[in-house]
Design a protein around this ligand. Structure first.
Ligand SMILES: NC(=O)c1ccc[n+]([C@@H]2O[C@H](COP(=O)([O-])OP(=O)(O)OC[C@H]3O[C@@H](n4cnc5c(N)ncnc54)[C@H](O)[C@@H]3O)[C@@H](O)[C@H]2O)c1
Length: 259
């Protein structure tokens, strides 16, 4: 009998994840490889991506490679898809996860700051989704997972981050649009919207400590999420068990957006 646990396995799947060198991307890349996928760690930080790829390969026995790409650069994105397909032997799942935040009051945000955030969080997700989607349409289909945020749904407090919130709302509406356009072309597109997550960078940050205390105070569970608490949804969305899930947003935020 083939059980649901067998169906969740990702054996034979070729997956890339952007922003995979550290933080949430690294944790989800580890889970995808543990479930049997071959994974490309795509990041602008090559050395860190190489170290992460080596660590996950050693821990899982899967093929895990590092690919340097700036996801805001259309040429880099095209080259990245070609490299992933060449080195892994195909592309079944594209996980567009790289993102950044700049906290500034809206009236003081420079156009440069605004553009940086929109460029990485929204234009980067468009470029990678477009290139991966085109490949998948021409090669039998696939699944795209785009990392959005609970900030697509609520306005964070107390830090001002209009550019981030707008970019992540854009990621969800872009992904829904692609899901509809590509529904009959075999490409599923979903978004993952985490709440506040305690990554290595955030949990040890002196600068964020006062904010974290406020966030935890407002969080229904009274705490931030752990990166590993996104691993299950990442494997589900990458697996064929999610075949009826497309155009959906999966909020994994400890009920933060349920207030
Ligand atoms: N950490 C959280 O609390 C949280 C909550 C909700 C959503 N998110 C989203 O999850 C994603 C990952 O967050 P994280 O906390 O792991 O972030 P992080 O800053 O730890 O990691 C981001 C990664 O993206 C890479 N990157 C940056 N610019 C790039 C570019 N131009 N091209 C390719 N790679 C690039 C970085 O080198 C880094 O490895 C982001 O989209 C973020 O907005 C995070």
């Amino acid at each position: 009998m083939t059980t649901i646990i067998d169906k969740l396995r990702l054996d034979g799947k070729k997956i890339y994840i952007t922003g995979g060198a550290q933080g949430l991307g690294k944790s989800m890349a580890q889970a995808l490889a543990e479930a049997g996928a071959d994974v490309a760690i795509v990041d602008i930080q090559l050395e860190k991506a190489q170290a992460t790829a080596a660590e996950i390969a050693a821990a899982t026995g899967q093929k895990v490679i590092a690919v340097k790409a700036d996801v805001t650069n259309p040429e880099d994105v095209q080259k990245m898809i070609t490299t992933v397909v060449d080195k892994l032997g195909g592309l079944d799942v594209a996980f567009n996860n790289a993102g950044m935040v700049i906290n500034t009051p809206a009236e003081e945000t420079t156009f440069d700051q605004w553009t940086k955030v929109i460029n990485l969080n929204l234009n980067g997700v468009f470029l990678t989704s477009q290139a991966a989607g085109k490949y998948m349409i021409e090669h039998g289909g696939g699944a795209i997972i785009n990392t959005a945020s609970m900030s697509a749904h609520i306005v964070n407090r107390p830090q001002p981050q209009a550019s981030y919130n707008a970019s992540k709302a854009g990621v969800i509406q872009l992904s829904k649009s692609l899901a509809i356009e590509w529904a009959k072309k075999g490409v599923r597109v979903n978004t993952l919207s985490p709440g506040y997550m305690a990554t290595d960078l955030t949990q040890n940050s002196e600068e964020l400590k006062p904010l974290i205390d406020i966030w935890n105070d407002w969080a229904p569970l009274g705490r931030m999420g752990k990166p590993e608490e996104l691993q299950g949804i990442a494997v589900y969305l990458a697996s064929d068990t999610s075949s009826f899930a497309t155009g959906a947003d999966f909020a994994i935020d400890g009920a933060f957006t349920a207030w």
